[in-house]
Design a protein around this ligand. Sequence first.
Ligand SMILES: NCc1[nH]cc(CCC(=O)O)c1CC(=O)O
Length: 310
Amino acid sequence: MARQEIRIATRKSPLAMWQAEHVKARLEQAHPGLTVVLVPMTTKGDIWLDTPLSKVGGKGLFVKELEVSMLAGETDIAVHSMKDVPVEFPEGLGLTVILEREDPRDAFVSNRYQSLDELPQGAIVGSSSLRRQCLLRAARPDLIVNDLRGNVNTRLKKLDDGQYDAIILAAAGLKRLEMPERIAGYLEAEESLPANGQGAVGIECRTDDAELIALLKVLEHEPTRARVVAERAMNTALQGGCQVPIGAYAEIEGDSLWLRGMVGDPDGSVVLRDEIRGPIAEAEALGQTLAAQLTAQGAGEILARVYGER
Ligand SMILES: NCc1[nH]cc(CCC(=O)O)c1CC(=O)O
């Protein structure tokens, strides 16, 4: 008998819930008669559960509760922002589907200013990401760049409370949460190279469940997968976790893939950039080659310093 129900294990943050609802709606539309149920779970916040791998690059399993429930057969799938998905998966689980990417750009969010250029000398800008901190400081050494934590709503509240003149957030998150009016302007890839996977959503499930995977495959978007594979390969080759000053962004141009990468010191003193073009089918190798190019420029020293400081 055909499967009639799919259970989505999800974190409870508004963004996680939106993404799970989105996958539910798309699966139910594609498969009449199928019911998709959300199973919200309390996870240990945004904190990663450290594994021994954290010693070599800050990697961890920050979705562990969801994975335990899938492995136990209590739930079937988990929906992730690709930006936050660790490189390794526990035995028996894998990233079986990647959905079409939405806006990959960083957004400039402010109640007073329209763009980075408009910010006065010494303005306070908030960002939690080392990549954004590096790029902000490199572009505008006069700005005060302060840490900004919490989920998207918490971060916006801190802006509205006057703790910052502007903050930088992923455009995709603001659009999904139906707050596009919060976006004062976009930072293009030339200015703020997106993090690997930014704007894309993926589905994790048990790799031995062929019937389930066949149902999920209607959501697969091949061009997005190629882009994300290249970006993640670069990040992996640099031993990057998700809290690293690394940008990796791929686009498709006809038959070829164009991958740009950056590694920088969070203090903005050094920003290494490079790029590569090649066949889409070689996405992973392109990512690895670009990582080697950045390493040749000195990326290893920068990253060792950052990892050593944690
Ligand atoms: N690290 C948190 C996170 N993970 C995914 C998104 C946004 C959505 C996306 O990139 O797909 C965000 C918020 C942000 O960076 O502003």
